[in-house]
Write a protein that binds this ligand. Structure first.
Ligand code: NAD
Length: 263
């Protein structure tokens, strides 16, 4: 089978370890022939990300998305080395642990601002930073992809301020899609079902959430990160060329459900 991303270069932000959804996406992109550039948040994650990058022959760059200087340096490094990006994956979110356990009504001003800055505004900042190095429209433009969750539009217990951040993220996807569409840059989100990752462990009772979700989902199971990654390949590839401003659910179907009768 031909590789779907042969000849393409992808920048992936958001790998913390081998359980990260971004790592599953990197594996799938590598399988499909993409050249990869991976970013890591800071010194604490540098070594792990470098070790994982070695498996893909990928370059690594530091980028904390709350720092404008880091984003400017990212643009400059990519420009200076003559990189032309076809695909960007934004798989970044953060909220204070206490804001993912106590009642939403008790969210502090600072906690709200932090969650929205890291988890939603950062997509806008990243899109702005990478636009100058994305392939021009006549060379296919490119794809920007982010990861969201059902808590953006439904109440999911303990997801709290992260749900508000994901609502802002999904709205940002639509506005960015409209701004960048004339440059043939497509902007989409995948709404992934719950997966046990470092970020997810910050949510109180996350294991119970996984158990309930597996019972309720039409496919009667949880989401496999590889399924999210394969959908990301579709959106990043030429197969997804007509899709922009969308939220694609890869969640074993749980988003269609209202409630189920207990057995
Ligand atoms: P993860 O902990 O593996 O990844 C989160 C990443 O965000 C980490 O790599 C971390 O370094 C990065 N990050 C946080 N603050 C940052 C900053 N200031 N600068 C740069 N990077 C920063 O967890 P994950 O579950 O793979 O999360 C990836 C994305 O998937 C997130 O947007 C998350 O909300 C989303 N998502 C996760 C699930 C799930 O159940 N795990 C479901 C739907 C959507």
């Amino acid at each position: 089978m031909p590789q779907l991303l042969a000849g393409k270069t992808a920048l992936i932000l958001g790998i913390a370890n081998r359980w990260s959804l971004a790592y599953a996406i990197a594996q799938a992109f590598h399988r499909e022939g993409a050249k990869l550039i991976l970013t890591y948040q800071g010194e604490r994650l540098k070594q792990t990300v470098e070790e994982l990058a070695a498996g893909f022959n990928a370059q690594t760059l530091a980028c904390d998305v709350t720092k404008d200087d880091d984003l400017a340096r990212l643009t400059n490094e990519l420009k200076n080395q003559g990189t032309v990006l076809n695909s960007v994956v934004h798989a970044i979110a953060f909220a204070e642990r206490e804001d993912l356990s106590r009642p939403f009504a008790q969210t502090s001003r600072g906690g709200f601002a932090l969650a929205l800055d890291v988890s939603a505004y950062s997509l806008v900042a990243v899109a702005h930073a990478v636009s100058p190095v994305m392939a021009p429209p006549d060379q296919g433009g490119g794809s920007i992809l982010t990861l969201t969750y059902l808590g953006s539009s439904r109440v999911v217990q303990n997801y709290n301020v992260m749900g508000v951040a994901k609502a802002a993220l999904e709205a940002s996807v639509r506005y960015l899609a409209n701004d960048l569409g004339p440059s043939n840059i497509r902007v989409n989100a995948i709404s992934a079902g719950a997966v046990k990752t470092a970020a997810a462990r910050g949510i109180r009772d996350f294991s119970k959430m996984l158990e309930s979700a597996a019972k309720l989902a039409p496919l009667r199971r949880n989401t496999d990160p590889a399924e999210v990654a394969d959908a990301a390949v579709f959106l990043a590839s030429d197969l997804g060329r007509g899709v922009t401003g969308n939220v694609l659910f890869v969640d074993a179907g749980i988003q269609i459900m209202g409630f189920a009768l207990s057995e």
